[in-house]
Design a protein around this ligand. Structure first.
Ligand code: GLN
Length: 533
């Protein structure tokens, strides 16, 4: 029978609940269990695909084309769980489904209510992950903070589910904050007491508390928390701040969190270890043999989370080269022609990530021109490929004012234009070219040297595309088309002849990179940056 772990957060947001869930997945996988992870987001958007990065951070795309919460990126990076649209549940999706059923007449005669109809729909979506008996343990992360009005239906749903499943088959873990008050030189337990009190008011008694703290929590404080929160003393686990998020599973393992969870769920397993994660990932992060600086040029650079998977994939590229990658964040609007040299004088590589809209585009083009002319390794991703094509058309092929029709519908040289299938699309939600598509890689190219195979699959999220009418003109001036769709019609990867490493891709390789298995293009990009030094 599949077991369930429900993870809630208390006191404040941004305690790293997603990383805690991913780390719990990791330590349980190490004990031989097959885990599934699901994120419940209480907002009313059906998915985050229509949200601005200021609201939501990165939109993480799965193989099946779901636009999801960035926590799913942590789940995929830490575990072997394969995620689909079923692994991100939102209030919007739940209501959409319930209202569609109501219109169809499924509830005929009944008043449709939050309890039981919305809560049933939530429970059904969560239980879907246990169908077929493929997963031993389903880890359910409830977004938001306990006490929020909007997360109440989710909390009520997991309360009911635990009741139905029985205490041995479902547990609650609550991630909370134990703040340190500098002036008193004390850590305080009251916010945690209140937060657990709030949970207990709605009928949820957590079995385990994960206490985020910048200071170690003494035994007497743990005893106090246990007493007031009605948990066992050994179930108060401290989650101290760590330098690298990849240390979190090791910290949990050291604290015996895996044994604690397995005991609560009455699961037996052999001992497992995280030796290779500890040596090959955390060991390298803590003791790198080399270092390089990579500039990421984007318009949401001030936000921590807007390019989350890109930053992680760069770190992975570093790990695979036993090196530390220092990320230099550059606001694309600051990249004016006269400032380019100053801004990039001490970087070893330049990356332009994905994006939408015209703001910052000219700065990205200036950065790419500099990388191309100065032989600085360049990696373009999605919009970073489109801008690389525009730059090359304008500055190497003499196609003045070349552009993407996204930014200038009247450009004389629309080197990037709307996909045929996109021309009649009006609705904005889930309407891009989304998810995994195969591509053929030409031999003898840098892409082939990285992938070491001729057929790949990568995830997409875009509306515009390389305009093949300009393929010949660009190739004549030294652009190489190294990856195409299987029918040869869509250009997926371009690179440059006579450049140490200039590769730009229409897809998002960052979504498939892992700390213990860097994406080949990130690995080779970082290698080229290290070589440039
Ligand atoms: N705005 C571009 C498009 O829609 C690029 C999208 C992206 O970078 N994800 O095609």
């Amino acid at each position: 029978m599949t077991k369930f772990i429900f993870i809630t957060g208390g006191v404040v947001s941004s305690l790293g609940k997603g990383i805690a869930c991913a780390s719990i997945g990791k330590i349980l996988e190490a004990r031989g269990f097959k885990v599934a992870l699901v994120k419940c987001d209480p907002y009313i958007n059906v998915d985050p695909g229509t949200m601005n990065p200021f609201q939501h951070g990165e939109v993480y795309v799965t193989d099946d084309g779901a636009e999801t919460d960035l926590d799913l990126g942590h789940y995929e990076r830490f575990t072997h769980a394969r995620l689909t649209k079923n692994n991100n549940i939102t209030t919007g999706k739940i209501y959409f489904s319930v209202i569609s059923k109501e219109r169809r007449g499924d509830y005929l005669g009944k008043t449709v209510q939050v309890v039981p109809h919305i809560t049933d729909e939530i429970k059904g979506s969560i239980k879907k992950l246990s169908e077929g008996g493929h997963n031993d343990i389903v880890i359910v992360e409830i977004g938001g903070t306990v006490g929020d009005i909007e997360s109440l239906p989710f909390l009520e749903a997991i309360r009911q589910l635990k009741q139905e499943l029985g205490a041995m088959n479902a547990i609650n873990i609550h991630l909370t904050l134990i703040p340190y008050i500098r002036s008193a030189d004390e850590i305080k337990t009251k916010p945690t007491q209140h937060s657990v009190g709030k949970l207990r008011e709605i009928g949820i008694q957590p079995e385990i508390l994960l206490c985020r703290s910048e200071k170690s929590i003494d035994l007497d404080v743990k005893q106090k928390i246990a007493l007031f929160c009605n948990v066992r003393e050994g179930a108060v686990i401290e989650a101290l701040d760590v330098k690298s998020i990849y240390e979190v599973p090791l910290m949990f393992k050291k604290d015996g969190l895996d044994d604690l969870i397995l005991n609560c769920l009455r699961l037996k397993s052999k001992k497992g270890d995280l030796r290779s994660w500890s040596q090959d990932v955390v060991g390298v992060v803590k003791d790198p043999k080399a270092a390089c600086r990579i500039a990421v040029v984007g318009k949401y650079i001030t936000l921590q989370d807007a390019y989350k998977s890109i930053y992680e994939a760069l770190i992975h590229g570093g790990i695979s080269n036993h090196a530390k990658v220092e990320i230099v964040k550059i606001d694309s609007e600051d990249v004016k022609t006269h400032r380019v040299r100053d801004l990039f004088c001490d970087v070893d590589g330049i990356l332009v990530p994905g994006g939408f809209g015209y703001r910052g585009i000219e700065g990205k083009i200036n950065a790419i021109e500099f990388a191309r002319k100065e032989g600085i390794p360049y990696f373009g991703i999605c919009l970073g490929m489109q801008t690389a094509v525009i730059e090359f058309a304008r500055n190497a092929c003499g196609l003045d004012d070349a552009n993407s029709t996204e930014f200038n519908s009247k450009t004389p040289y629309p080197v990037i234009s709307l996909l045929e299938e996109q021309k009649n699309v009006k609705a904005k939600g889930a309407s891009m070219r989304l998810g995994a598509y195969p591509a053929r890689i030409a031999s003898g190219t840098k892409a082939h040297a990285a992938y070491k195979k001729g057929l790949i699959s990568e995830r997409h999220r875009h509306r515009y595309e390389f305009n093949k009418d300009f393929k010949k003109a660009l190739e004549k001036h030294g652009m190489i088309v190294s990856g195409v769709s299987p029918n040869g019609l869509l250009v997926e990867i371009v690179e440059l002849k006579d450049h140490p490493w200039f590769v730009a891709v229409q897809f998002h390789p960052e979504f498939k990179s892992k700390p213990d298995c860097a994406h080949p293009l990130f690995r080779e990009f970082v290698k080229a940056a290290l070589k440039k030094q």
